[in-house]
Design a protein around this ligand. Sequence first.
Ligand SMILES: [Mg+2]
Length: 399
Amino acid sequence: MRIILHLDVNNAFLAWTALSLIEKGHADIREEVSVIGSFSSRGVILSRSTLAKEKKINSGEPMYMAKSKFPNLKIYEPDFKVYHHYSEALFNLIRKYVKEVEVYSIDECFIDLSTYKNIYDDPYEFALKISKEIKDTLGFTVNIGIANNKLCAKMASDFSKPNKIHTLYNHEIEEKMWPLPIEKLFFVGKKSSILLRELGVNTIGDLANYNYQILQKYFKNRAKEMIEHANGIDSERVNYEEYHSKGISNATTLANDTNDLDKILDTIRMISDNLSYQLRKDGIMAKQISVNYKDSNFKSFSKQMIIHNATYLPEDIYKYASILFKSLWKKEYIRLIGVSVTKFKESDPYQLSFFEEVKVKEESETILKTIDEINNKYGKKIVSKAKVKSNLVKQKNMI
Ligand SMILES: [Mg+2]
């Protein structure tokens, strides 16, 4: 059975605008009757505070209507640059724990925990940990729904807000989902729900138990899926591959702030090995490598380069990442170092540039293949490159 989480930021645009204004010394607009939307009277409400919700102001309604409900309404313009910043920070935080993340919208994602059963054996505890970390480190709250598929996870995250975690496992569907009004069923639009009401379908439970032949007369080939959804049946998978278009990154906070180049290069070496492993696992190669670091005052620096031949080799990633780092670094103490790879293509036979030797490549690829085979066989990253290399050297000497 799958374990799927749906995470949704509470009043995302309003919360994120609030945070960026707080940074500029502004009071917290989440404590006001406030909305995000264009000042023009034709604009619509994109997001509203909990206090505005209490005044019956809803997302999607025209600004003039909201103002008529509460004339002193505080209006803030949307700032998508700010929203992207917080959105990225949110998804990066989640990807520290789970790779299988499908970004569904700027403030929503699905997380497939199925393959992490041994690591996060209690999904509720995991959700609690994530939501607490988001609140503590990023400053906003989320709702999380936990279920056995995407549909139910999405339904669960909407149950009651804000800052809540709800489950809607298969055995809870009858109790938790069936009593809800039909309009609450995800995928059922306004037009469909009006027709369903006319057919006497008032709750999700009514639809779940409705006669298929009759429903088919009205909804044609959608009928089957509608009844399935009302029964909480959904087999759609979490499409996390899209993430790859954004890049794979890996960063490490150093045990102590350091300006010891050898130590830093060692860390870059370790990160490069790790990235290479992920690339090989996913059968892709990267054409862009970037390096980033934070100094002891948390000031960030980054630099990137496009390389001639796409690669998954750790020594390539290391070589370019260390060149980038050396060209960027002013010998100051650093706290965190990260490397990321982007611009992917499917793995294919290595094209050699004029400067590279065939032998090195072949040897390197054989070693990596051996490591991957051993790791895949035993399910863990038990063999590192250095060990295999020294074993091979040993064998050669013996012959
Ligand atoms: Mg949201």
